[in-house]
Design a protein around this ligand. Structure first.
Ligand SMILES: *Cc1c(COP(=O)(O)O)cnc(C)c1O
Length: 463
């Protein structure tokens, strides 16, 4: 018998399921009622009333048996816990940074960093600041300036690294505001608010060079560092044969520090950290950490959280996992493009972004087209995504309203949670909503807080 080697093009889930959680089916009439009661804000729905929950990939992933077993044997000592040292060694191994400041999640790391280094009148350039990052920069009295390349704002552009920073705009910003008013240059990998698009190694290197030439520290918002490493491996010349961990090490090597939400590529349900090289800055940051997070060897995390993250950081860099992860996003993207649904292309690392501005020209940006489409997905199929548009970004620090650059519905995939048939169903719901797009109307905000209003605003459909 001569069997030829079997090669499959199907990328299967690189895990099997050992613990399951039922999801609840509802009727459309019930969902209408539930959405109205939630002030037409999906953030205010009960998760139990959602069938497929793509609100965020943050902290919603399934942990591995390795992570759970590590959690059982964690060390809950207040000071000097061995779980802290395990996390410190993982972070040091992957990022190379000298100091680890654990925090309860990513925004706490941002709070510690920006409260320590930013002040009134400062400008903090980034490719695109994430909403919590922007909020912390502004809370410190500084300006959060987005300098992503022009291709990054064009949903149909096929540029392989649409998260790249525009180097000319960065130099112009430094000239305009002066080195003394730029405490740090940030780059977000992958660029969450810009469609989950990756940043190339070449761009990271170039930004770090500009930063070094001007004596400005360069930090990475590293929430999706592993997904970014995968895109570099698959799209950038010279990296195809490198492992994701080596690519990640090189990315971090260009920077002096990073902020991290372990709820993303830390593969954990909670946690985060600030990691950095400067002894002086680290000790200043630790003073604030003790005040707001906790003692520096746990800072907002339980010992078992630190164990989960220490293991999760390596699992996020596993090649089989990353191949499956990026493929499952592209699989939905391909189905939607086939049906004519406008999405941000190419598909990013953690989410599909539907272009509501393109799809719903009859709804003005300040009547929130992406909000409207997202609510339609819930009504039709019990699916929950999130608006990344003018509700999230439209409110200016002076209280005025300005349309966001893009009106997107983000469908973010929890890690290792949904299977291919869930995604097939999802595609059906989205396509059904798309086919009825002429029926959709805009929304107005009837009640909302000053900052991060999308989390708790109440809205009302127009017309
Ligand atoms: C999620 C996220 C943050 C904030 O992290 P949290 O853990 O949600 O506080 C910051 N930056 C980016 C790019 C993110 O995706």
């Amino acid at each position: 018998m001569e069997l030829k080697e079997f090669q499959s093009d199907t990328i299967i889930e690189p895990f099997r399921i050992r613990s399951v959680e039922p999801i609840r089916f509802t009727e459309m009439a019930e969902r209408k009622e539930l959405l109205a009661r939630a002030g037409y804000n999906p953030f205010l729905l009960r998760a139990d009333d959602v069938l497929i929950d793509l609100l965020t990939d943050s902290g919603t992933g399934a942990m591995s048996s390795q992570q759970w077993s590590g959690m059982i044997s964690s060390d809950e000592s207040y000071a000097g816990s061995s779980s802290f040292y395990r996390l410190e060694s993982a972070v040091h191994d992957i990022t190379g940074f000298e100091h680890l400041i654990p925090t309860h999640q990513g925004r706490a790391a941002e709070n510690v960093l920006f409260t320590t280094i930013a002040s009134e009148g400062d400008v903090i350039p980034s490719n695109t600041h994430f909403d919590t990052t922007r909020a912390h920069v502004e809370h410190a009295g500084a300006e959060a300036r987005d300098l992503v390349i022009e291709e990054g704002k064009k949903p149909r552009s096929q540029h392989p690294f649409k998260g790249n920073m525009d180097l000319e705009k960065l130099k112009a910003t430094i000239r305009e505001v002066g080195v003394e008013n730029i405490p740090v240059i940030m780059i977000t990998v992958t660029n969450n608010s810009g469609g989950g698009q990756p940043v190339s190694m070449e761009n990271i290197r170039a930004v770090s060079e500009i930063a070094r030439d001007h004596g400005i520290p360069f930090f990475i918002d590293a929430c999706r560092f592993a997904e970014n490493a995968w895109f570099i491996k698959s799209r950038e010349e010279g990296f195809a044969d490198k492992s994701p961990i080596d690519i990640a090490r090189q990315m971090f090597n260009y920077a002096e520090g990073c902020t991290m939400s372990a709820k993303k590529d830390g593969m954990a349900n909670i946690g985060g950290f600030l990691a950095l090289n400067s002894d002086e800055l680290a000790s200043e940051c630790r003073n604030l950490e003790i005040l707001t997070e906790g003692f520096p060897t746990y800072g907002g995390m339980a010992g078992y959280d630190m164990e989960a993250v220490a293991t999760g950081l390596y699992e996020a860099l596993d090649e089989d996992y990353l191949r499956y992860r990026v493929r499952s996003i592209a699989y939905l993207g391909d189905k939607l493009m086939e049906a004519g649904v406008p999405i941000v292309q190419p598909t990013g690392g953690h989410a599909v972004y539907i272009d509501a501005k393109e799809m719903l020209p009859h709804i003005d940006s300040l009547e929130y087209p992406a909000w409207s489409f997202n609510n339609a997905l819930y009504l039709l199929g019990g699916v929950r995504g999130v608006e990344i548009g003018s509700v999230m970004f439209g409110k200016q620090p002076d209280g005025s309203e300005k349309p966001a650059a893009m009106e997107l519905v983000r469908l973010a995939f929890p890690r290792r949670v949904y299977t291919q048939s869930h995604v097939d169903y999802l595609a059906e719901v989205i396509i059904a909503a798309y086919q009825q797009r002429d029926q959709l109307t805009g929304y107005e905000i009837v009640e909302g807080p000053e900052v991060l209003r999308h989390f708790s605003a109440r809205l009302q459909p127009l017309g």
